[in-house]
Design a protein around this ligand. Structure first.
Ligand SMILES: *Cc1c(COP(=O)(O)O)cnc(C)c1O
Length: 383
């Protein structure tokens, strides 16, 4: 039996052909027609004006914040429960992250805490330079409230939609919120270019600014002319061809991830002490990762015991994100709240959720989780 991964790339013959076609077209060098088409197709799917394809989602966060004017000495609000890149991007620009706890309803940025923070800082005349919200595990944050609050305080909002592509919120797609949004096409994301990302926005000038910074801030001239110091962050044409092909199968991949979550619920929901990540009323998540929380007292084992039981069968599961305010990299950073994020971290476990996961492999996962629950000492038969 081969190893079962948490969320491996899901590529097929059509993807292989798209890559080879791009190769044969001789557009090997950085840019080319597939980059332009990938940007247009991704923007159209999400429902925004424009996109700039980049070498990673992290590069996208970096340049989205740069294009919004974030700089040295600024503060940027980010959720503490997220992947490190969300906060690292602010640090690249010399800004400091302020970490906010999650709300219980979606595990995403708590709008009440944001409201309090912005009100306090407005009075002190020290508003943050930007707020970054995240669509954790394929579920949209409460964008209606986050947008309303940021608009009221005139603070630019960025959507880190790296985990959110394919989800929606009050009738709009993930990636359509805030002044700019960021997608990731890393290998573990819902679609992949092996590595890549994109900045999307309804403001073409903002996207143009990102593209300029990503292309060494080079001006159109025969010689090399630069009006500022930029970066080498563009996506290669070969990878954009792969991205276009992956985008065509996005909706099928979303459907598969949703079906996996539904099947995990069927197979595990009766276990006492096990709960699924909440689904908030405002959107339709992709369930990029199916995440459960385990109450050790009741379940009889914590997430690490279950993770190791799966690992013994060559199945990869992962703890939930470790909150960034607990990371040494951000020691001393300001944090508001943190109990919800810490609870998700200490109890959370992400189960194999790849769109290529077979039913029989998912059955093995379910069986192992159930067998750990059955080992609990004083367990009367609960099933
Ligand atoms: C994956 C991810 C990123 C970074 O994307 P890369 O393409 O890997 O650089 C940023 N934010 C979140 C929330 C992510 O999950």
């Amino acid at each position: 039996m081969t190893r079962v991964y948490l969320s491996p790339p899901d590529v097929g013959p059509a993807d292989r052909q798209a890559l080879l076609d791009a190769f044969d077209s001789n557009w090997i060098a950085p840019l080319g027609p597939d980059v332009d088409a990938f940007e247009a197709e991704a923007a159209a799917f999400v429902g925004v004006a424009a996109g700039a394809a980049l070498s990673s989602g992290t590069a996208g966060l970096h340049l989205a914040l740069a294009a919004l004017g974030v700089g040295p000495g600024d503060c940027v609000v980010v959720p503490t429960l997220t992947f490190v890149a969300t906060a690292a991007a602010a640090t690249y620009l010399g800004a400091r992250p302020i970490f906010l706890d999650s709300e219980q309803a979606s595990w995403n940025l708590d709008p009440d805490l944001l409201e309090d923070l912005l009100a306090t800082r407005a009075r002190a005349g020290s508003l943050p330079a930007a707020v970054v919200g995240v669509d954790l595990y394929g579920q949209c944050a409460n964008w209606e409230r986050l947008e309303e609050t940021c608009h009221r305080f005139a603070v630019p909002l960025v959507e880190d939609a790296a985990e959110g592509l394919g989800a929606s919120c009050v009738g709009r797609r993930a990636g359509a919120f805030g002044r700019a949004s960021v997608l990731s096409f890393n290998g573990n994301k819902i679609i992949t270019t092996s590595g890549g990302g994109m900045v999307l926005s309804d403001e073409p000038a903002l996207v143009q600014r990102v593209r300029h910074l990503a292309t060494q801030a080079r001006l159109p001239a025969a010689h090399y002319e630069h009006d500022e110091v930029g970066y080498n962050y563009r996506l290669s044409n070969l990878l954009a061809a792969l991205g276009r092909s992956q985008l065509r199968s996005l909706e099928a991949k979303v459907a598969r991830r949703r079906a996996l979550r539904a099947r995990y619920e069927e197979g595990l929901a009766d276990l006492a002490g096990l709960a699924f990540a909440p689904v908030a009323p405002w959107g339709e998540p992709t369930h990029w990762l199916t995440c459960v929380t385990l109450d050790e007292e009741v379940f009889g084992a914590g997430p690490e015991t279950v993770r190791l039981a799966l690992e013994a069968a060559d199945i990869e599961a992962r703890p939930a994100w470790k909150p960034l305010h607990l990371q040494r990299a951000f020691a001393g950073a300001e944090v508001l709240g943190g109990a919800v994020a810490e609870h998700v971290f200490t109890q959370g476990l992400c189960l194999p959720s790849g769109s290529s996961l077979s039913t029989s492999d998912q059955d093995r996962v379910i069986e192992i989780v159930r067998s750990v629950a059955a080992r609990r000492p004083s367990s009367p038969d609960r099933s």
